[in-house]
Design a protein. Structure first.
Length: 219
């Protein structure tokens, strides 16, 4: 019954974002869009096991821990920081959501104004359950996605080409509605299982990407 409710909620958000968040004059189009996208990210958490989320058995045990948290990381120049901040403190099966914001690569230049090869906060990023990569980070996907591909982190973006580069879920706009697509190969590398009830709502799924081909070439 609960799963059915989640499915209906995600489907409702996909079809009616304007009805969920209204058309308040003081809100920009970008703010309304990212409120919906943030709601999608929150609901994705309910449909994923494995990786940093743990197996079903481990998850059941960890859910009993009242101090447990789900860390949602946001990396780059955030189109609507307020939308992601609204996730702070929300509950996912008795676990509180903690939101962390990380600078993008452009804002992480060293004293010589050079962009680092590896994100300076990579150790903290690896502790996230979910990492949302903002559009500003597209030029740096080759630096951030390969080191994270086997970390069990749900990698989410909203930029064309994100799946093919190795991201797991990409949010897209189709006919003014927020939809999503899934990279099954990337999920498998991170030992993440996305429930079939969510996959059925995906706009598309892919089974191969550039990181998979890179792995095959390195063998």
């Amino acid at each position: 019954m609960r799963t059915r409710i989640y499915i209906l909620l995600v489907a409702f958000l996909a079809l009616h974002p304007a009805l969920v968040y209204g058309q308040a004059a003081e809100e920009s189009t970008s703010q309304r869009e990212y409120k919906v996208k943030t709601a999608f990210v929150y609901n994705f958490l309910k449909f994923v096991v494995g990786g940093r989320f743990g197996t079903v058995a481990e998850k059941a045990e960890s859910d009993a821990d009242p101090n447990g948290t789900i860390v949602v990381g946001v990396c780059g120049k955030v189109p609507s920081k307020e939308s992601f901040a609204e996730l702070q403190g929300k509950l996912i099966k008795d676990k509180q959501v903690k939101v962390r914001f990380f600078k993008g690569f452009e804002d992480s230049k060293d004293s010589e104004q050079k962009i680092p090869e590896q994100h300076p906060q990579m150790a903290e990023i690896r502790k996230c359950h979910v990492l949302f990569l903002c559009p500003s980070e597209k030029p740096f996907w080759p630096r951030v996605l390969p080191p994270l591909q086997k970390e069990g982190i749900l990698l989410v973006g909203d930029t064309p080409g994100f799946l093919e580069a190795g991201g797991i879920i990409n949010l897209v706009i189709e006919e003014k509605k927020v939809r999503f697509e899934v990279n099954l190969a990337a999920a498998a590398r991170g030992k993440l299982q996305i429930r079939s009830s969510l996959l059925r709502l995906a706009l598309r799924t892919i089974e191969h990407d550039s990181l998979e081909r890179q792995d095959n070439e390195d063998r």
